[in-house]
Ligand binder design. Structure first.
Ligand SMILES: Nc1ncnc2c1ncn2[C@@H]1O[C@H](COP(=O)(O)OP(=O)(O)OP(=O)(O)O)[C@@H](O)[C@H]1O
Length: 344
């Protein structure tokens, strides 16, 4: 549905060119919920603006629903943008218009008749749960309800793609969950492809099928959400999924661990497991079988789209052969084990 090929974006800055996006390549399938996550300044806003060509990339192509947006003239681009709905962090509603009139706006701009507008807007308000609020003004509804209006408005032109730019960042956790639930329902019922730009891993965990991690304008990691959680490669990804990585341990502990790693009897391991493994006593069984001493440095149990996921950082003491056998045993039980050789 969306093919981003070799997209780079450079802006003139006070100290020369700023490379906001560097050779981005992403392929997002029809009906997918795809997350793009990154820290502040990573290039998320620039990427989302490039996806509907609000910003023209310095290089590369953006194909949405079979059309290369970079090759269209202004009129054709306006037409192509009807396939792309967008929702925003601050909702961008018109305060002088009611809920109904806000949702109707894109249809008015497209020259639809009053009856066509009513026939489209009424079911959309039902879908987002705002039928009873149709004559209220934005100032008279909650933040979550405002975002529901934003979603209904974005769907008015029956887009194939919905772009969400930090749409839940201004909402409390419970409202965030309900908005994400609504987006998932829209994805399933209407088949709309959704691209979510966010800095919140919670958003990715709750509804995304796949994720790309953006850092200094590059995609540093991408894949199925569960796979990225199980085997994060990049430090930024680890930090974002809340994994305590060696470099984030308290300095005094880090120094002690570094000494113990050098001495050779200790091994710093990251264990990750999913599904049934989360409830299994596999670690205690390993300790018993291989006569290891294990100190747990950090642990978390989480849920990714309803699937349990756990990760642990442990220091295992024992001779190299014992530890090696224990690692093989854990891997045999479906645990993903990574040995971290040094702490900096
Ligand atoms: N119009 C512009 N002119 C110059 N530099 C820009 C422009 N837009 C973005 N940048 C720079 O590009 C980089 C990426 O910015 P961008 O706003 O895309 O990041 P972001 O990931 O959305 O960050 P945030 O989460 O803080 O909004 C930053 O270094 C930013 O200063």
């Amino acid at each position: 549905m969306i093919e981003i090929k070799h997209v780079s974006q450079r802006f003139p800055g006070p100290r020369g060119l700023v490379e906001a996006l560097r050779d981005i390549n992403l392929s997002i399938g029809s009906g997918e919920i795809f997350g793009i996550i990154g820290r502040s300044g990573a290039g998320k806003s620039t990427l989302v603006r490039t996806l509907n060509l609000l910003t023209r990339p310095s290089e590369g192509t953006v194909v949405v629903a079979g059309r290369d947006l970079t090759r269209l003239n202004a009129a054709a681009l306006r037409e192509a943008r009807r396939d792309i709905g967008m929702i925003f962090q601050h909702f961008n509603l018109l305060s002088s218009r009611t809920v109904y009139e806000n949702v109707a706006l894109p249809l008015e701009l497209a020259g639809k008749s009053r009856s066509e507008i009513e026939a489209t807007v009424a079911p959309l308000l039902d879908l987002v749960g705002l039928a009873a609020q149709r004559d209220r003004y934005p100032a008279q509804i909650s933040g979550g309800q405002k975002q529901r209006v934003g979603i209904a408005r974005a769907l008015a032109n029956r887009p194939k793609v919905l772009l969400s730019d930090e749409a839940t960042s201004a909402l409390d956790p419970e409202t965030t969950r309900s908005i994400l639930e609504l987006l998932r329902q829209i994805n399933r019922e209407l088949g709309v492809t959704i691209v979510l730009i966010t800095h919140q891993m919670e958003v990715i965990k709750q509804i995304c099928d796949r994720v790309a991690v953006l850092e200094t304008g590059r995609v540093v990691e991408s894949g199925r959400v569960i796979d990225v959680f199980l085997r994060p490669h990049h430090e930024v990804t680890r930090a974002m999924i809340g994994d305590v990585i060696a470099s984030e341990l308290p300095p005094a502990l880090k120094a002690r661990i570094a000494e113990r790693l050098v001495a050779g009897r200790d091994h710093l391991l990251r264990l990750a497991f999913t599904g049934a493994g989360v409830g299994d006593p596999v670690l205690s069984e390993t300790i018993r079988r291989y006569a290891l001493e294990i100190s747990i440095l950090h642990g978390q149990v989480d849920e990714i789209q309803g699937q349990a996921f756990g990760s642990l950082a442990v220091l295992a003491s024992g001779d190299a052969r014992q530890v090696g056998e224990a690692i093989d045993f854990l891997r045999g039980k479906g645990v993903i084990v990574e040995e971290i050789s040094h702490v900096e």
